[in-house]
Design a protein around this ligand. Structure first.
Ligand code: A2P
Ligand code: 11C
Length: 332
């Protein structure tokens, strides 16, 4: 069997990664329809060596489409996903628009694949930082219930899209040429800087990105008692997000046991030889589908508490790979 697939937001950072992943995984595609804004109409994108012309995303874009992958921003998802569902497609939506909707499953295939089958037309792809963290939390949680997580993220410019990645490269070039450094996509200069501000601030002092980690983790892991306190930080890295995670579990999980649980977990690779300066780093994890975990150690500030470092390519496992894995579940 082969399926008719549409990509809404095909010209974006995640959209282009969708094309790569569908090609690499040889997803069975009959027709491929690439959709973006009016600005991109007529532009061509390559898939398996063939040129595809971008069309405008409209309410009529989804006739005969089986699977629609959305990554064109939450506004577009709210406006056009219902039209795709009406046309008979299943939507896998990478935006935050539907994630906390009770009717919409929020799925990470390594954690809650069964939830994908409860969909009513739309399945939500979680936030990238959340996906990378829960891939590592799941094997621990399966051994002993997680009570609390404290996490700081080191998020790359790719999280803010293709133009944000370009801005970091432009700032680097401007600095090297002694020219003025401009910040437009980000509120602050990212080159030579970090800022603890991703998405907008909410009334409790956390940002929306940080609250996504709190709320989405509970929904994906199916445990309303897990508490997550996050500080989400933008760093001048092009792609792949890193996270320093501290987890309190009901039973003690020693570093040795954690290493064993992580090693057996799907989608996760242990790289943890600090004496050889070997630990996961975004520069090397970028371009890979698996998440990497290292710096596994007993936390010395509390009982039954473990600390580790996890890195994942935000455009791949944090977005496109996870969404394509969801589509693969549906056609299996
Ligand atoms: P376009 O390139 O035509 O602007 P990113 O997250 O990398 O910034 O990408 C955003 C994606 O969403 C792009 O493919 C972009 O298309 C698409 N997009 C943005 N606004 C619209 C819109 N109003 N209608 C359709 N697609 C949109
Ligand atoms: C970032 N994680 O790095 C954000 C982008 O909820 O899907 C993704 C926002 C989301 O900027």
């Amino acid at each position: 069997d082969a399926y008719n697939v549409a990509i809404a937001g095909a010209t974006g950072a995640v959209g282009e990664t969708f094309l790569q992943i569908l090609e690499e995984r040889n997803f069975p595609i009959a027709e491929l329809r690439l959709l973006a804004s009016k600005r991109s109409v007529g532009k061509t994108l390559k898939f398996k060596g063939k040129d595809y012309t971008v069309q405008e995303l409209t309410h009529d874009s989804f006739k005969d489409i089986d699977i629609a992958l959305f990554s064109a921003g939450g506004g577009r998802s709210l406006e056009f996903a219902p039209s795709a569902v009406k046309a008979g497609a299943v939507v896998v939506d990478n935006s935050s628009a539907y994630r906390m909707d009770d009717e919409v499953p929020l799925v990470v295939p390594e954690v809650n694949p069964q939830d994908a089958f409860k969909h009513k037309g739309i399945i939500a792809n979680p936030n990238c930082t959340t996906i990378i963290m829960v891939v590592a939390l799941q094997p621990l949680h399966a051994y002993s219930r997680i009570k609390k997580v404290v996490v700081s993220s080191y998020q790359s410019s790719s999280g803010a899209g293709a133009q944000a990645m370009q801005e970091l490269m432009d700032q680097t070039k401007a600095w090297a040429e002694g020219k003025e450094i401009k910040a437009e996509k980000f509120a602050n200069q990212l080159l030579f800087n970090v800022f603890p501000h991703i998405d907008s601030f909410t009334a409790n002092g956390y940002t929306k990105e940080e609250m996504k980690m709190f709320n989405e983790t509970r929904k994906i892991m199916g445990d309303k008692d897990i508490k997550v306190s996050a500080t989400c930080v933008r760093v001048p890295v092009l792609s792949a997000h890193s996270e320093a995670v501290t987890v309190e579990t009901e039973k003690e999980i020693t570093p040795e046991l954690a290493r064993e649980l992580f090693s057996k977990a799907p989608g996760l690779i242990v790289k943890d030889n600090p004496e050889k300066s070997e630990y996961p780093m975004p520069l090397y994890v970028a371009g890979q589908d698996d998440c990497y975990v290292g710096r596994i150690r007993k936390d010395i500030s509390a009982d039954n508490t473990l600390s580790f470092w996890v890195v994942g390519d935000q455009l791949r496992k944090g977005a496109a790979t996870n969404a394509v894995q969801i589509a693969e579940l549906l056609i299996k």
